[in-house]
Design a protein around this ligand. Structure first.
Ligand code: T1G
Length: 706
């Protein structure tokens, strides 16, 4: 079947790109060749005065260049040539003697937007599925088919850099305001408006008024202003990436070089830089994460799983921070009824307010319309009794982290729930099997461990017990995906996956603290290593009491190696619970984090000393984590290393450019890790003794990834 089809009517050729058998359109070598042929045919056809270009996919225009192709690249020269080929094709589109109008509905990303930018005019649907952007940075590369040249020339350097350096996608309405899209239309009339525009342009060329107004003129419009723009952008990139991600700096260079030396030189620089980046370890790691998340999206989570049961009503018990987060996220992502229950109406009202804030935030950020806002808020209801639970297909409990309380809630729910309904616990520490002991139907009991804040954290751990039925697993996994979460299925073992491997890392940070290393030195070292925040700041964010409770559960399960030093307990005793208490390791005023609070030192009974080299801080914290991660994989806590790495990256921000703890372990080498752990163990104690899994990996030179 042909990739392109077209029909000519009244001088306009309506072209449709629809790659057979592929869920999305991508610009592969085959598509390039076919497009060249089609353009030659349309150029020869005197009956064709203009072209209207559409996608035949339901919610996807073009998702960019074919990422599969540049994974196969063997040399920087090949990569540079791939970029040059893409540029040549889009130069052909841009210089086509007849106007080409892009009619965009769905994702228009990367090479897809670069194609649209090469067209004479762009019409897009004002639809949530229409996402417009250049996400290449997220793959460790840069827009390499003219995006770093055409976008700044269209919308100005600042706005273009804002999109390119963040690799973010914009809704069509924002792209229209930026001047990327020329017309915004309802989906139903996209074809006729696009064809009308093509016909209009065939009669008289369209002269675009460049945006940006006075600031645009002052900054984008002159070399001095641009110098300032580039300097600020470079500073911002370095403060965000700590120099760990070369692609944004390369994109900055390609934009600057093109605006200073002209389009031709800009394209050359773009291709050279793409050649260097596409084969880099950072890009390979980020592309592996892209495909791993895609694989996970299709993975039902359990072998031979029946399709998930449909969830049309969710009930949530516990309207605290997590419960309200789950309720609000469900409304905005799944758009279904949510019933919130707590011990008294005061708490329920507070929880409903917090859930509504999540919907309000979407309105404030123009992600939904006022009409949608009203509709979504109406899905939220609450009570201090189990009224309305009789129609719930799924219940998620997020009550206090105590076994007896959770078992009581389970018993009460099973009195009122429909027999088919699933009961899920959001516990982060208590074995699900223990909670399920109170159940009359343990096959419908499962763990769904969300991360805080629920609306923003992308990961969900689903934890079946030995008694959980496969359909209960696929229902929980399916529901998590409906909430836009990346879901991993993990074993019902203490700490599950994320907390299990995070605990030794956090404990080691506390061990450094009690030896006089400053909290901000520890955090700075780990942020430079690539974490979004350091472990001490993370303690303050999640709550030092919550972290201590989790550590104690793990200590009870795994003994000395996961025993936290007394530091945390001393602070909790002093009411220093972290940001939520307005004091922790750091000071907080009006919610704003300040410096290290010197009051912690007398509490810890010590004075800060000169500290230790950050390389040693990094080694002790990461090696403690890698050692436990290998041990947990060997115990089957995660089903594949892929799940483990994605879980760590989405669960607590393990640096994506390192690929996750297990890919990082492979890079360090099990034999080297074994030797270093031995050395640390002799100096610092048994918590560093290599796990059997590391001993075995070192002996057999095994890797987690071939
Ligand atoms: N290349 C290859 N395969 C792709 C692809 C791409 N660009 N985009 C999607 N797929 C596959 C994906 O692996 C999955 O495959 C299927 O399509 C459905 O995807 C020169 C060099 C478009 C928003 O970074 O963000 O252009 O698992 O499950 O949730 O400057 O896919 O079914 O076998 O994600 O509806 C830049 C990447 C490329 C966009 C759709 N483009 N894609 O989301 O479906 S670099 C991107 C997405 C570039 C130029 C440079 C999303 C989507 P499978 P899906 P979805």
């Amino acid at each position: 079947m042909a990739i392109f089809r077209h029909e000519v009517k009244d001088g306009v050729a309506a072209v449709t790109l629809d790659t057979p058998g592929a869920p999305v359109n991508v610009i592969s070598r085959v598509v390039k060749d076919d497009l060249y042929e089609l353009l030659a045919e349309l150029e020869r056809d005197a009956g064709v005065k203009a072209v209207a270009f559409f996608s035949g996919k339901p919610d996807n225009f073009i998702a960019g260049a074919d990422i599969e192709e540049f994974v196969q690249l063997k040399s920087t020269a090949d990569a540079e040539q791939l970029s040059r080929d893409g540029q040549a094709l889009l130069d052909r589109v841009a210089s086509f003697p007849k106007p080409i109008v892009a009619g965009i509905h769905g994702a228009c990303l990367g090479g897809g937007l670069e194609f649209a930018l090469a067209c004479s005019y762009r019409v897009a649907t004002d639809h949530p599925k229409t996402q417009i952007g250049l996400p290449e940075i997220q793959l460790g590369i840069l827009p390499a088919a003219g995006g770093c040249q055409r976008l700044p020339r269209l919308i100005g350097a600042r706005a273009a850099l804002d999109m390119i350096l963040a690799g973010k996608s914009e809704r069509a309405a924002k792209a229209f305001r930026l001047g990327i899209v020329d017309e915004l239309v309802p989906r139903a009339i996209l074809p006729e408006i696009t064809i009308a525009a093509a016909r209009r342009l065939a009669q008289s060329p369209f002269h675009r008024r460049h945006g940006g107004g006075v600031p645009g003129l002052l900054l984008d419009g002159n070399p001095l202003g641009r110098l300032l723009v580039f300097r600020l952008a470079r500073r911002q990139v370095l403060s965000q990436t700590k120099g760990n991600y070369p692609a944004p700096l390369a994109a900055l260079d390609a934009v600057r070089h093109g605006l200073s030396h002209g389009m031709k030189e800009g394209l050359k620089r773009e291709a050279q830089l793409f050649g260097q980046l596409a084969l880099s370890d950072v890009s390979r790691k980020l592309v592996q994460i892209f495909f791993a998340t895609r694989e996970l999206k299709k993975d039902p989570g359990v072998a031979g799983a029946p399709p998930p049961a449909e969830v049309t009503r969710l009930a949530v018990v516990g309207s605290g921070f997590m419960g309200a987060g789950i309720a609000g996220t469900t409304v905005v992502q799944a758009g279904i009824d949510v019933r919130l229950k707590d011990a008294d109406l005061g708490r329920v009202a507070k929880g409903l307010g917090a859930a509504r804030d999540i919907v309000n935030d979407r309105l404030t950020r123009r992600r939904i319309t006022k009409f949608e806002h009203t509709r979504l808020v109406a899905f939220l209801s609450g009570s201090d009794r189990y009224t309305g639970f009789g129609r719930a297909d799924l219940v998620i409990e997020a009550v206090f982290e105590e076994l007896a309380v959770k078992q009581q809630v389970l018993r009460e729910c099973e009195e009122v729930l429909p027999p088919s309904s699933v009961f899920a616990s959001n516990t982060s520490t208590i074995p699900i099997a223990r909670i399920a002991e109170a159940s009359r139907r343990p096959e419908q009991v499962i763990g769904m461990h969300f991360f805080s804040p629920v609306a923003r954290m992308p990961l969900l751990e689903v934890i079946p017990t030995a008694a959980t039925a496969p359909q209960t697993v696929s229902t929980a996994v399916g529901f998590g995906r409906r909430l836009g979460k990346t879901v991993i299925v993990v074993k019902d073992a203490p700490g599950f996956w994320v907390n299990r491997i995070l605990a030794p890392y956090m404990n080691e940070a506390a061990h450094l603290l009690v030896t006089g290393v400053r909290p901000d030195d520890i955090d700075a070292a780990m942020v430079q290593f690539g974490f979004p925040v350091g472990p001490i700041t993370l303690l303050d964010e999640v709550g030092i009491d919550v972290a201590l409770h989790a550590c104690e559960v793990l200590q009870a399960a795994f003994g000395e190696r996961l025993t936290p030093p007394p530091a945390l307990a001393a602070l909790v005793k002093d009411g220093r619970l972290g940001r939520k208490a307005g004091k922790g390791f750091y000071t907080y005023s009006n919610g704003k984090k300040g410096g290290v609070d010197p009051a912690i030192y007398p509490l810890l009974g010590l004075q800060p000393n000169g500290g230790i080299p950050s390389a040693e801080i990094v080694q002790r914290l990461t090696y403690a984590m890698l050692n436990e991660a290998a041990r947990a994989v060997a115990e089957g806590v995660v089903r594949t290393p892929r799940d483990g790495d994605i879980g760590a990256i989405y669960g607590f921000g393990f640096p994506p450019f390192r690929g996750g703890p297990l890919r990082y372990l492979d890079d360090v080498g099990a034999d080297r890790l074994y030797a270093e752990l031995q050395r640390l163990g002799e100096r610092l104690g048994p918590r560093f003794m290599p796990s059997e899994a590391i001993v075995e990996h070192a002996r057999s030179r095994a890797r987690f990834y071939p």
